[in-house]
Design a binder for this molecule. Structure first.
Ligand code: FAD
Length: 315
């Protein structure tokens, strides 16, 4: 890899904010993670295109960051560049012909799902209520095919704007791609592997804003009751698997893992599938805790539980 400092000089700072050795713990909901060599925050989709093109030409590996709500970043940080999408946050109505449903709501990848849900509610558009309260950006939620209350985000997407392998912006139909439980075509092995999600439009149905708001309140209340926000976490640590006959959280719970801790990395006292940082947890301790839980479950049941949280960078 060439000298990152020299490469960074080629980035237009009117188009992107640039930082060196930026602590990733400031950008993850776990509040864990060492420094990213080069941290780039594009101010527009065209700046994102520009910077991706440059990094590819210069052979610099890069990681696309949404809200950091589903990642565990290693204590030694991330080599190469992290591209932070948080400023790519426009939302726009694409009304189809009057009185014809559904309405399309277009949003860029850095929009927080919470904001998108609130915008839809204000406009009296229903469909995204189940996702209210889930931390994360649009891009990360599409990449993860986020799922809340048995509702997959992919089922609401009409089309996606992506940067293809040639660096071109392209609009593709979402239903032409393969999606499944917590899997998207952007993941390893998928037909859109490693491509960048720039924006998406969602099919929504007009409804009474007050009714939409009430459904959103119920989702948020449920999360608060489950104490999702009491400590820094990345939500559920492991995926569920139908073959196990019960949710992974219940398996962990029955094995007495609630409250188990290694250093400041702990299994939540309220939900055994939520792993939390109760102080200054290191990525190393969190990873040890994950491996410990996997071993306990395997020894007791023979099941291999698969993390949903992604491991990023050097541990
Ligand atoms: C308290 C709490 C509760 C949660 N509850 C749920 C829940 O109910 N259901 C659920 O599914 N998840 C849940 N999560 C996990 C998390 O909120 C979701 O997975 C969310 O979709 C992650 O989005 P993000 O923007 O934070 O992604 P990040 O963590 O930033 O990134 C995740 C992956 O997406 C990729 N990515 C991000 N943006 C782009 C882009 N523009 N183009 C291409 N790739 C991109 C990243 O490179 C990375 O590989 C919860 C998390 C927390 C902290």
């Amino acid at each position: 890899m060439k000298n990152l400092w020299q490469i960074a000089q080629k980035i237009n700072t009117d188009h992107c904010l640039i930082l060196f050795d930026e602590p990733m713990k400031e950008h993850t909901t776990f509040k864990i993670g060492g420094p990213a060599d080069l941290f780039i925050r594009p101010r527009s989709i065209s700046a994102l295109e520009e910077v991706v093109e440059l990094l590819k030409i210069e052979n610099v590996p890069f990681f696309i960051l949404g809200s950091g709500a589903n990642i565990l970043v290693g204590d030694r940080g991330v080599r190469g560049a992290v591209i932070d999408t948080s400023l790519l946050s426009s939302i726009m109505h694409l009304k189809r012909e009057e009185r014809i449903d559904p309405v399309l709501l277009y949003a860029e990848c850095g929009v927080r799902l919470m904001t998108l849900c609130e915008e839809a509610q204000i406009c009296g558009l229903s469909g995204l209520e189940n996702f209210y309260g889930m931390p994360g950006s649009l891009g990360g939620s599409v990449y993860m095919n986020a799922r809340c209350y048995e509702d997959d985000i992919a089922t609401h997407i009409q089309d996606l704007t992506i940067i293809d392998n040639q660096g071109r912006l392209k609009i593709i139909s979402a239903c032409a791609q393969s999606w499944s439980y917590k899997r998207s075509p952007f993941m390893r092995g998928g037909e859109l592997e490693s491509l960048i999600i720039c924006a998406a439009s969602f099919r929504l149905i007009p409804d009474d804003p007050e009714k939409i708001a009430e459904r959103m309140r119920l989702c948020m209340r449920d999360r608060m009751q489950k104490r999702h926000f009491n400590f820094p976490s990345a939500g559920s640590m492991f995926k569920n698997n139908h073959d196990f006959g019960k949710p992974t959280g219940k398996i962990l719970d029955e094995l007495g893992l609630r409250n188990y801790r290694i250093g400041d990395a702990a299994i939540s006292p309220w939900h055994a599938n939520i792993f939390v940082n109760i102080g200054k947890a290191s990525a190393r301790d969190m990873r040890k805790l994950i491996e410990y839980a996997q071993k306990v479950v395997y020894d007791a049941t023979g099941f291999c539980i698969e993390p949903e949280v992604l491991f990023i960078g050097e541990f």
